[in-house]
Ligand binder design. Structure first.
Ligand code: ATP
Ligand code: MG
Length: 234
């Protein structure tokens, strides 16, 4: 069941399609294991004042959002999902209230809180010169974050603009950089995606090897596969 409460979605593990087995690359899997270990430790040992959460930062399409979802699914935890762009667009004062509600509701059960594309919600003070409502909102968030019970909740922020994020937010969360996948990983991803579409990966892999420079993100590879998929239908 997908429930829309306020400006966030509650995704139950069964709503999430991503599975960690589909996630390729050594570094990517290391990050996954690292984050999972910390959450597991804090939840099972009932550490109430441990690591509050993480900031996943890196280029577009490096799997930041996917990893957070895969974690929730694999750990069988509900995911409180906030689209940062949505919240930043809400009316004056509303976003503060929504962040408050989010933490309130999430605190009732074990969960992961994901604030996706968070740079628009928690921008640096320089970037938003003079917009005091942002400062007020950040203060609400800090307060909530400082009071998070880490034996039940873990907060994950994602951003591809780490440079634009408020320093005080960065200081409160553990930063993890996502690097673009290497060619070997992209080929592995391509094989899995092609198999899912019932098509041969041979041509796609040849193209990836020939024009490496054009394919630096999973999204670019996905686009290529999609084109080939349609072509093959004839
Ligand atoms: N290591 C990986 N293995 C398999 N698929 C991956 C991997 N990394 C990313 N993907 C796929 O790439 C696509 C983009 O991933 P995702 O949306 O999580 O990126 P993102 O870092 O959140 O990007 P953005 O900064 O634009 O929000 C998804 O289809 C995802 O499944
Ligand atoms: Mg994302």
């Amino acid at each position: 069941m997908r429930a829309k409460e306020e400006e966030f979605l509650i995704l139950n593990p069964s709503d999430i399609q991503t599975d960690i087995i589909q996630l390729k690359g050594r570094r990517y899997n290391e990050i996954y294991d690292f984050v999972k270990k910390i959450i597991n430790h804090q939840f099972t040992r009932r550490i109430e004042n441990g690591i509050k959460g993480f900031i996943f930062h890196g280029e577009v399409g490096t799997g930041k959002t996917t990893l957070a979802k895969a974690l929730a699914k694999d750990m069988n935890l509900p995911l409180f999902f906030v689209d940062g762009v949505d919240i930043a667009r809400s009316l004056y004062g509303q976003s503060e209230k929504q962040i408050g509600n989010l933490f309130e509701i999430a605190s009732n059960r074990k969960s992961i809180i994901l604030i996706d594309d968070a740079e628009s919600v928690f921008p640096t003070r320089d970037w938003i010169k003079g917009q005091s409502w942002h400062v007020a909102q950040n203060n609400v968030f800090f307060h909530r974050l400082d009071n998070v019970d880490t034996s039940k909740s873990c907060v994950i922020l994602t951003t591809n603009r780490y440079d634009l994020m408020d320093k005080a937010v960065k200081d409160r969360l553990y930063p993890i950089e996502f690097e673009p996948p290497n060619l070997e990983t992209l080929i592995e991803i391509a094989k899995t995606k092609c198999a899912m579409l019932g098509m041969s990966s041979k041509e796609v892999i040849e193209e990836l090897k020939e024009n490496k420079k054009d394919y630096t993100s999973v999204r670019a590879v996905e686009r290529l596969i999609q084109e080939r998929y349609i072509e093959e239908m004839g």
